[in-house]
Design a binder for this molecule. Sequence first.
Ligand SMILES: NC(=O)CC[C@H](N)C(=O)O
Length: 360
Amino acid sequence: MEGYLQLDRKYCFKGQWLTESPKQNISGEIVFFTGMTGYQEVLTDPSYKDQILVFTYPLIGNYGMNEQDYESKKPHVAGVIVYEANNVPSHYESTYSLKEYLQKWNIPLLGHVDTRAVVKKIRTEGSMPAVLSTEESIQMTKELVIKDEKVYKVSTKTNVYFGHGETHIVLVDYGSKKSIIDSLLKRNCRVTTVPFNMPFQEIKKLHPDGIVLSNGPGDPVELSSELPNVKKLIEHYPTLGICLGHQLAVLALGGQTKKLSFGHRGANHPVIDLKKGKVFMSSQNHSFVVAEESLEGTGFNKRFMNLHDQSVEGLIHQILPVQTVQFHPEAHPGPGEGEYVFDEFMIMIKEEKRSVFSYA
Ligand SMILES: NC(=O)CC[C@H](N)C(=O)O
């Protein structure tokens, strides 16, 4: 059955529903992901909450969905657009096809869309509100645009404990990917995942050795009520901020963020580490960036830079043991070339313990 993608009340693209057609219009911000693989990780990354996602690679679903590569318990996108979806996956670990998986969660999949034309519109005009509909002509109304409280919807409501390692990390969960926890467990940590709005005093009672501020959906400015809490955490513990966590760390210390025209979502974004003088490929998923000109007075120095558009990809604090990255060092999907950020975080924690001990 025919289905339609409407962009910002201006453009309409025709496709075919590959899942059951939605009972009502589906709305969300439209974004595109450029990786050839990794669709399972992307669909289950909570940072995509309520977005309509276009895959630029023309054939998605070849290796199905497996039990290992989920980044969270369920998909978070509002809808999915592909050119072609494979329904006969070939992989020994595959348990569902892409269509079966999305159908199970009631997420519409619109196929046979001219995805190149859609992405060209987003690239020239920027990300925009979109609607998936069974009708060619619909009226978009204001409430169809951006949904809020995304972090509230995806964050854990209670503490969750992982592993028994030596170093205790409290992971503040704004919509964390499972691979961040895996990256910490691999480095002899135990991890306590806590709700995004847990007060500093409560986190203190958990006696963390270090804090990770996770990735998550939406505009970081919407979380301004959390900034005093984030500031206290940064000032008291070695901290690693990832993606949304990086943006919040900067806002908490007085810097600013801004929206990119169409964001970075893919598995091959080149980043330079200005400290090491080394370029590597990174996994990315974000719409907002730190405004470089706002860094003065925050105490942060730029350490990583995107080589496509020179935007800020990561920071290191001049005094505090705090490092932040806009890209995803935990990879999944994409290359793990930036995972040394976790190793440096472990060293940072050990050095901090040593210096606290020597003052005692
Ligand atoms: N992956 C993330 O943490 C994304 C951060 C933020 N929501 C952005 O789009 O920029």
